[in-house]
Design a protein around this ligand. Sequence first.
Ligand SMILES: [Zn+2]
Length: 63
Amino acid sequence: MFDPLDLLMFSRSSYYLLGVFVVAFVIFTTAAKRPSPRCPRCREINRPMACYCAHCGQSLGKS
Ligand SMILES: [Zn+2]
């Protein structure tokens, strides 16, 4: 027997999994590809997540 409800549930769960996968992939790729911020004042290359220059304390401004 073929129950349309099974297909509905299956498609919903697969869309959910697909959504989770896409979100995880986007987060991973943006984190991986995020360029190391270079200080505008002293040209120090800082950690990717840094908000301030580790060398001179200049804000690495995300505007
Ligand atoms: Zn600096």
